[in-house]
Design a protein around this ligand. Structure first.
Ligand SMILES: Nc1ncnc2c1ncn2[C@@H]1O[C@H](COP(=O)(O)OP(=O)(O)OP(=O)(O)O)[C@@H](O)[C@H]1O
Ligand SMILES: [Mg+2]
Length: 262
């Protein structure tokens, strides 16, 4: 197994409040890691660490065996639950912005042939996420599901190797979520991605992931509620593979996790 990401003894503290405690983790290239855990456990903090938006208080994070730089790199893309696209730009311009930010971070604007190439790439990516006919719409003219497809296009157009998803489908209706699951699985395969997805939906975690990671506090001290941080309380490899239908495995694995929690 080749690890794309490796976390060693990672702690995150805000003042005397410990949010993440002693997290040790290796994430394999092309894994699909579902991250679950109670609200406030530090799931979004964990994603921000990998994104490079935040540095650990202690410990190290390595990407391809090189220390992760404390900045957002083009090798990592992110999609949030909502509001990650710009309302004043069309779908096409929103997606092109992903390329402009990655390639020209200082001027943030491309011209001439480079701009045409960016436009073609953005259009191709919108096609991949099913928005070929909606390139000229503005976010307010799109449904929630379409906006999330756009946010995914914006993140993927930079061709990141790691895609971070923070409850990306949490605000969508069940039918639309099912469509998004199909989309994300095909993008995971077609773009050879490593995906780390935070979700509150256990079924979604097990349907999509090749591994389910639960972040939670190991100990609870009523006298010092902030003293102990969350860590990986369980970490289950699943049989979900790119070539296996997810429906084959969910029921028994969900039973396993529910038993482990009881
Ligand atoms: N910049 C900060 N300063 C102080 N505390 C913070 C900061 N960022 C996060 N926290 C605290 O860290 C804890 C973990 O927050 P985080 O957003 O990572 O949780 P989460 O697991 O994503 O929760 P949710 O499921 O509700 O999204 C929370 O108690 C939060 O208040
Ligand atoms: Mg969160």
């Amino acid at each position: 197994m080749s690890a794309i990401l490796s976390l060693r003894d990672v702690w995150v503290e805000y003042g005397d409040r410990i949010v993440i405690e002693k997290l040790n983790l290796e994430i394999a290239d092309r894994a699909f890691v579902s991250v679950i855990g109670p609200s406030g456990a530090g799931k979004s903090t964990f994603l921000r660490l990998i994104l490079g938006q935040e540095a650990p208080t202690r410990g190290s994070i390595r990407l391809d065996d090189v220390p992760l730089k404390p900045e957002c790199g083009p090798d990592r893309g992110v999609v949030f639950q909502r509001y990650s696209v710009f309302p004043h730009l069309s779908a096409l311009r929103n997606t092109m912005l992903g390329i402009e930010c990655a390639q020209a971070p200082f001027s943030a604007r491309l011209f001439g042939a480079a701009r045409r190439a960016a436009r073609d790439e953005a259009a191709a990516m919108l096609h991949s996420v099913g928005l070929a006919d909606s390139m000229h719409l503005y976010p307010a003219q799109m449904s929630g599901g379409m906006q999330q497809r756009l946010a995914i296009a914006q993140a993927l157009v930079k061709r990141p190797r790691i895609l971070l998803l923070d409850e990306p489908f949490g605000a969508l209706d069940p039918g639309i979520r099912a469509d998004m699951h199909t989309l994300i699985k095909s993008l995971w395969r077609d773009y050879a991605l490593t995906i780390i997805m935070v979700t509150h939906d256990i079924r979604e975690a097990f349907t999509l992931g090749t591994r389910v990671l639960a972040l939670d506090k190991r100990r609870h001290d009523p006298h010092a509620p902030h003293r102990f941080g969350a860590t990986a309380v369980y970490d289950l490899p699943l049989r979900n593979r790119i070539d296996v239908a997810a429906d084959d495995i969910t029921a028994s694995d969900i039973a396993t996790i529910l038993e482990a929690r009881a």
